[in-house]
Design a protein around this ligand. Structure first.
Ligand code: PSU
Length: 305
């Protein structure tokens, strides 16, 4: 495995010393945000993790190796490279074998984090059940991964472009604990509330760390979805976004965009239709999740001492 997995020395040392480490994904860099804000955000997120006392480990495939912890040059390369593959569980191994650069989704990042021994991972929003899934069957592999791989994913809920009620139903069926921090409603990425109650609610990073330890001790497979609402001053009201999302989805339908291309297309169109407001909100929520993940990782390390 060492031929395919490359853990950055700083990350490896932190894990060995039982210091907090937070995994970060790369699809958000290559398919979620335009250049150069993508790489600026990737760096700012790493800094936010460090400022909160943890070591960041951004994950991607470069030169035929699954890298856990990217250097500055790696980040620049990834952000500017054309045709980076978006890799999930199904194509992760083929992506590594191809030798071409690849970005990891939430599912693939969870797999890599677990291989490296990292239990906490921050992203923007997880993939979920797409609108119209009753005919397209388009359900993100992120959901099943959460039921299989013991990593806690800190996200601002599920993106509002998804069918959130169905996403919550599938998570329940798969036995994934969905814990929202500090409020009763499950958040919807750019907005603080999806209008739906969260299955579980907790108030602090310590509560979450205790739940992770309990799940591990009980031997229950899978991870946790920790929903961290976007900060109040950064949110976009759901009512303002609804027509924009509807238009972007109509366009995706007209152009027959499908499978992996759907989420990147919608994010890009919503960015254009909101004159960049959606990207500002996205960046704010990712930074917020990075800080939250670092606090959870720190509590987890303390409980494990
Ligand atoms: N969070 C963001 N932007 C993103 C993503 C998360 O703020 O682009 C990515 C994650 O990598 C997630 C993917 O796994 O979107 C979901 O893609 P899909 O809907 O195709 O499963």
């Amino acid at each position: 495995m060492t031929d395919f997995l490359d853990i950055d020395p700083e990350v490896a040392q932190a894990l060995k010393d039982k210091r907090p480490v937070v995994a970060l994904e790369s699809t958000i860099i290559t398919h979620g945000m335009p250049f150069p804000r993508n790489v600026e955000t990737a760096r700012a997120v790493e800094t936010a993790v460090r400022d909160a006392g943890a070591v960041p480990a951004t994950i991607a495939i470069l030169d035929g190796v699954l890298k856990v912890g990217l250097g500055d040059t790696d980040l620049d390369r990834l952000a500017q490279e054309k045709d980076v593959a978006k890799l999930s569980r199904a194509d992760l191994a083929a992506g590594v074998a191809s030798g071409r650069p690849g970005a990891t989704t939430v599912a693939a990042t969870m797999i890599a984090a677990h291989l490296a021994g990292i239990e906490v991972f921050a992203t923007g929003g997880i993939g979920g059940v797409h609108m119209g899934a009753e005919t397209t069957f388009d359900i993100s592999a992120d959901l099943r991964e959460l039921s299989m791989t013991p990593v806690a994913v800190i996200a601002a809920g599920a993106k509002a472009i998804l069918d959130i009620p169905k996403t919550l139903e599938v998570l329940e069926t798969l036995g994934v604990p969905v814990i929202t921090l500090g409020q009763d409603d499950f958040p919807a990425f750019w907005s603080r509330s999806s209008g739906l109650p969260s299955p579980l609610r907790m108030e602090s990073a310590l509560d979450v760390a205790r739940a992770i330890v309990a799940r591990r001790t009980l031997g229950l497979a899978g991870g946790h979805l920790i929903a961290n609402p976007i900060p109040v001053d950064a949110e976009i009201a759901a009512a303002d976004l609804q027509p924009v999302i509807a238009q972007a989805m109509r366009e995706a339908g007209d152009r027959r965009i499908s499978a992996k291309a759907v989420t990147p297309f919608l994010l890009q169109r919503i960015f254009e239709l909101t004159s960049g407001r959606s990207l500002d909100a996205n960046i704010a929520l990712v930074l917020n999740n990075a800080r939250c993940a670092a606090r959870i990782a720190a509590e987890l390390v303390r409980l494990d001492r």
